[in-house]
Design a protein around this ligand. Structure first.
Ligand code: HT7
Ligand code: ZN
Length: 848
């Protein structure tokens, strides 16, 4: 397959004034009739052919302005020669046939548990009808659905309904990727919301009958999102109805189709007994994210898919702000940075590294990545830091005023910041163009009451980008006295050269430098500090992220020493942990995060960055040993925390109770390494909510116990698909390394292992890939099992298979033997004639 290049962008030859679609639904023979009013694009070269995308469509008939035409589709669509087209606007009409029942790729129109649903982003609409399936062609849609099913939904406002049919009218011009249709036996929970403009909006969450009692939290999160977008960004909703539908078979988390969001049911359905606190938080975030797309994505969309971060980076940033406002900014920031490092830094350090705005792709579905999403959000966070909060809001107001109804580029985005802040941001724009995580080195020199800081930046080569230019990096920095007093509040140092010196004088004492406060830039900071300095920051820094980071650095250094030289965690570390654990002034959620040791993949990543070849077994052993030491040294404190962090009374998913449960389970999890899981077992036995039931069982599994609890969990939850995903995942994720592949293989034989369901596939195969010591077993059993299943899934759902294939992206970190084993599996996956374009691109890039 040929790559598509950003540099080759051409405006569309034709624009669309109106789209009318009629669907006659049938599982094997759905008919789609399209009437599309085209007009030549004045901004494009005149006299071009009409090219319509179309895949897997059986063309029944076509006409132009009512006159029958003969069109011969090829594998990717059809063309009508310019000479056969009328001079001005014309109406194209086509009838096609498709078979939603056999659509296992979950793209286009497909069926899930008897329900019809669609997924059109990025290029799924071409599997529904012939169309210029590109985001810069925006049009109003009118849709008629004919089916005996009771609920028939599409985008926009309802425009009529009768027995066996319904019509929908979406007045807002939209690209085809935002089209949606749902038909099924569904039931809704409904509330009303009045916008700040006085519009009375019906909000519905549609689910399968029986699931209604699990929709209250999502619906409340939706209302809060709508209010928040009005209050913080001045953006109101613009239709009379907002529908959300929960679907079991779904490739990603959710989809922001105009007025008809479609969600993976795991990000809608929740009750205290079936969903964990993390599930509730994910639901809140994703409901908000998809809603926020209404302005950042739908009203203003992307000119082409290279600009994907324009909507995704911005919408992630907005959902992060929202979650901070709803819960705790400090905790949210720490969690976001942990996710960024675990997913995006990992991606940036390997063969799949690419810029936030890529320059080419073979399959765009492969670029819905942590770089486009999470790093994209970091760039917006930096922009806000550089221009200030008020100018940020001014830039956003200008963006909405200037570009509403348009399909835009990163250039348009940067321009509103330049205009609002009166500042040249051309160097900042490199962040969108240059892949890789910059390394910032901070050197300190203290003499005669003067502190001199030298900052250096360097970005290592990434695939296709051997040379890197210096970036504009905002480094938030403060100074702390050894007794914890703040000597210098946060300053933003703008690092824009390979090396810069910053001087601070009149300091009463040698300060402790608190650098990269709030994680002000997505960089790797190399800053040599003593354990004593880190302990001061952990205990006293005024910036909560910097406090967390100091503890994390302490833990990482100790674990590195344990892995490399067999050292043991010293008393200073254990004392620092004890102080954090028992500090009642600190938010329990924060204490839970501090208590958590860096994960095995994070350690492999940091060891590799430090020039070592990570040994997954040694990492696993050292981490367990560190947990054992912590458990032994802190046992009474941990036990007290388990008792103190009880949450009596009815379950509430709010941040306060969730934080207490997080700390309780973190403490019980560490303690299990000394008490054999006694406390965890007690929590499991008394649990009246999924967070504690599942958290306690996981803690038991992690110390090799929990068989009885697992059986009980299965008996209780075998009828609940989403809870069963947890049952599958936990057994793999917490398995002893030598057993993980075996357990995963056994689970694939389980009657409930429905491998075509992406959630279930990820629960087993994805979890094995996320278990470093289990996946990287020296005999290659983990690699073989994952590759076998990826090959199988690739035949049914290439998009989902290609995403899971990223479990191999770190392969070059490891020793030669492991590399040889992985290379053989990647080659086996690639060398099949039937290898999909999605998988072919991913494996090709990984092999390099
Ligand atoms: N904009 C959506 C991204 C997406 C997607 C969602 C579900 C299934 C397939 C998909 N392909 C791309 C989701 C979002 O970022 O909001
Ligand atoms: Zn999104």
């Amino acid at each position: 397959a040929q790559p598509i290049y950003l540099a080759d962008y051409q405006p569309p030859a034709f624009l669309i004034e109106q789209v009318e679609l009629t669907f006659r639904l049938a599982p094997k023979t759905t008919r789609v009739v399209s009437q599309i009013r085209f007009a030549p694009n004045p901004a494009a070269a005149p006299g071009q052919d009409l090219r319509l995308d179309g895949e897997g469509l059986t063309l029944i008939a076509a006409s132009i302005d009512g006159a029958h035409v003969t069109a011969t589709p090829d594998a990717t669509g059809l063309s009508m020669a310019a000479a056969t087209l009328p001079d001005g606007p014309f109406t194209w009409e086509a009838e096609v046939e498709i078979a939603p029942e056999g659509n296992t790729a979950l793209e286009g129109l497909y069926m899930s548990n008897g329900m019809y649903c669609t997924q059109c982003e990025a290029e799924g609409f071409r599997k529904i009808t012939f169309y210029p399936d590109r985001p810069d062609v925006m049009a109003p849609f009118r849709v008629r659905i004919e089916s005996d099913l009771p609920v028939l939904l599409s985008n926009g406002n309802p425009a009529g309904r009768g027995p066996g049919w319904a019509e929908w009218d979406d007045p807002h011009p939209k690209p085809s990727y935002l089209f949606a249709l749902v038909a099924g036996e569904l039931t809704a929970r409904t509330v009303r919301f009045t916008t700040m403009e006085g519009r009375d909006v019906t909000l519905n969450i549609w689910v399968r009958p029986g699931d209604e009692d699990k929709t209250a939290y999502a619906l409340d999160a939706l209302k809060r999102s709508m209010l928040w977008d009005e209050q913080v960004y001045g953006r109101a909703y613009d239709l009379d109805i907002f529908n959300i539908v929960a679907v079991d078979d779904f490739n990603m988390g959710a989809m922001e189709n105009k007025g008809l969001n479609i969600f993976n049911s795991r990000y809608v359905l929740a009750s205290g007994v079936t969903a964990t606190d993390s599930d509730f938080a994910a639901i809140e975030r994703i409901i908000a994210h998809e809603y926020f797309h209404n302005w950042t994505g739908n009203r203003i969309t992307c000119r082409d898919w290279f600009q994907l971060s324009l909507k995704e980076g911005l919408t992630v940033f907005r959902d992060q702000q929202f979650m901070g406002d709803m819960r705790s900014h400090a905790v949210k920031r720490i969690e976001d940075v942990l996710t960024l490092r675990a997913r995006q830094f990992r991606e940036d350090a390997g063969p799949l590294a690419h810029p936030v705005r890529p320059e080419s792709y073979v399959e765009i579905n492969n670029f819905y990545t942590a770089t486009v999403y999470e790093k994209g959000a970091e760039l917006i966070r930096m922009l806000r830091l550089l221009v200030g909060d008020a100018q940020y809001r001014g830039a956003l107001d200008l963006y909405f005023a200037r570009h509403d109804g348009q399909a835009c580029t990163i250039e348009d985005w940067i321009a509103v910041f330049e205009d609002a802040a009166g500042r040249d941001l051309s160097q900042f724009k490199r962040w969108y163009e240059q892949a890789g995580t910059p390394k910032v080195t901070l050197l300190e020199d203290w003499q005669d009451g003067k502190l001199t800081l030298t900052l250096r930046q360097h970005t290592a080569p990434t695939p296709g980008q051997p040379l890197k230019e210096p970036l504009l990096i905002p480094v938030a920095l403060g100074l702390i006295a050894p007794d914890g007093t703040e000597l210098l509040p946060t300053q933003i140092l703008e690092l824009d050269s390979p090396e810069q010196v910053f001087r601070f004088s009149d300091l009463p004492t040698k300060p402790v430098v608190s650098a990269l406060r709030g994680f002000s830039a997505p960089v790797q900071l190399a800053h040599a500090q003593s354990s004593a300095e880190r302990a001061i920051l952990l205990g006293h820094d005024t910036d909560p992220f910097a406090r967390f980071e100091a503890g994390r650095n302490l833990a990482r250094d100790i674990l590195h020493a344990m892995i490399r030289d067999g050292a043991r965690p010293g008393p200073e570390y254990l004392e620092a942990m004890r102080l954090a654990l028992t500090d009642h002034a600190l938010d329990p959620a924060f204490r839970a995060l501090v208590l958590r040791l860096p994960g095995e993949d994070e350690l492999a990543q940091s060891l590799h960055a430090a020039g070592h070849t990570p040994d997954p077994d040694a990492i696993h052993t050292a981490r367990r040993l560190a947990l054992r030491r912590m458990a032994d040294a802190l046992a009474p404190d941990l036990a007290r925390v388990v008792e103190d962090m009880d949450t009596p009374g009815p379950f509430s998913p709010d941040a306060r109770d969730a934080g207490r449960r997080a700390l309780r389970l973190a403490a019980a999890g560490v303690l299990a390494h000394a008490d054999g899981g006694a406390k965890a077992r007690a929590i499991f036995a008394q649990a009246d909510n999924m967070t504690e039931q599942f958290g306690a069982w996981s803690a038991l599994l992690a110390v090799g116990a929990g068989a009885e609890e697992g059986a009980q969990f299965h008996r209780q939850w075998q009828g609940d698909r989403l809870v069963m995903d947890k049952w599958f995942a936990a057994q793999v994720m917490h398995a002893a390394p030598e057993r993980a592949a075996k357990i995963a293989a056994a689970l694939t034989d389980h009657a409930a292992f429905d491998w075509k369901n992406p959630n279930r596939f990820r629960a087993v195969i994805g979890s094995l890939g996320a278990h470093p010591a289990g996946f990287h077993r020296k005999d290659g059993a983990g690699y073989r099992l994952v590759a076998d299943w990826l090959i199988r899934l690739d035949g049914a759902n290439p998009q989902a298979a290609a995403r899971v294939s990223t479990v191999f992206e770190t392969w070059r970190r490891y020793d030669h033997e492991r590399q040889a084993l992985i290379r053989a599996e990647l080659t086996r996956m690639q060398d099949r004639p039937e290898c999909s374009r999605d998988m072919g691109e991913m494996v090709g890039r990984m092999l390099g």
